[in-house]
Design a protein around this ligand. Structure first.
Ligand code: SF4
Length: 64
C-alpha cells in the first residue's frame, strides 16, 4: 500500500512520528517528512497506528 499525507491538513504535531519514526519525521523547520511512500511488513502496523493517531486525519493508506 502507498502512504499518502495531505500536507494541507497536517499541523506538524509529530504524533505520527511517535507511532512510526521509521516512516514519519519532522525536520528542523517542523515540516513533516515522509521517508517512504511504501508500506512493508515491518512498518505497516506502526503506520496504521500513525493513521489512527493523527487528529487531522491527514494520513491515508491507498491500495496499490
Ligand atoms: S499526526 Fe497528522 S497532523 Fe500530526 S504531524 Fe503527523 S500527519 Fe501531521
Amino acid at each position: 500500500m502507498k502512504i499518502k499525507v495531505d500536507f494541507d491538513l497536517c499541523e506538524s504535531n509529530a504524533l505520527c512520528e511517535a507511532m512510526a519514526p521509521e516512516v514519519f519525521e519532522l525536520d528542523d523547520d517542523d515540516y513533516l517528512v515522509v521517508k517512504t511512500e511504501e508500506t512493508t511488513p515491518d512498518n505497516v502496523d506502526d503506520v496504521r497506528r500513525a493513521v489512527a493517531a493523527c487528529p487531522r486525519a491527514a494520513i491515508s493508506l491507498v491500495e496499490d
